[in-house]
Design a protein around this ligand. Structure first.
Ligand code: SAM
Length: 134
């Protein structure tokens, strides 16, 4: 993973994972959520728990600048058919070595992408597979 950078939760829902990651990880966490009400709930939770390292934004992850990301957490935010276009964006924008942490259906979508190589995920919380961008 790049030495500098934030961790993004791509499609953060109501923030269950993003809040946990922010508590466990020393890096800034950016929660990106398409549905504004959900993003607002994440901000409210972060404030309630005093988690200053977590920023929630309401918006489309496809339109969000991810060039500063060191890692991205993805709990299947997209349909499989959308994943190649998102990978095109990451390949254009993100640094080599950027890590993708994945859980649920998106794991098999990412495993098929030739621009990613699998890296060990044993012992990691919140994800079952991890990949590194070439
Ligand atoms: C399965 S939930 C993930 C919840 C959260 N990451 C977690 O693990 O607790 C997927 C979320 O992705 C959001 N989403 C779908 N497409 C998106 C997009 N293009 N940009 C940002 N969020 C998106 C949905 O609104 C939904 O809340």
């Amino acid at each position: 993973m790049p030495l500098e950078g934030f961790v993004a939760d791509v499609g953060a829902g109501e923030g269950a994972a993003a809040l946990g990651i922010a508590l466990l990880c020393e890096r800034p966490v950016l929660a990106i959520e398409l549905i504004a009400e959900r993003a607002a709930r994440i901000s409210a939770s972060a404030e309630r728990f005093g988690i200053e390292s977590l920023e929630a934004v309401a918006g489309d992850a496809f339109d969000t600048d991810l060039s500063g990301a060191a890692g991205l957490y993805m709990n299947s935010p997209f349909f499989s058919k959308e994943v190649p276009a998102f990978m095109d964006k990451l390949a254009r924008e993100c640094r080599p070595g950027t890590r993708l942490f994945a859980v649920n259906a998106i794991v098999s979508d990412l495993a098929r992408d030739p621009r990613l190589r699998p890296v060990p995920a044993e012992g990691l919380r919140y994800c079952t597979a991890a990949f590194e961008l070439a």
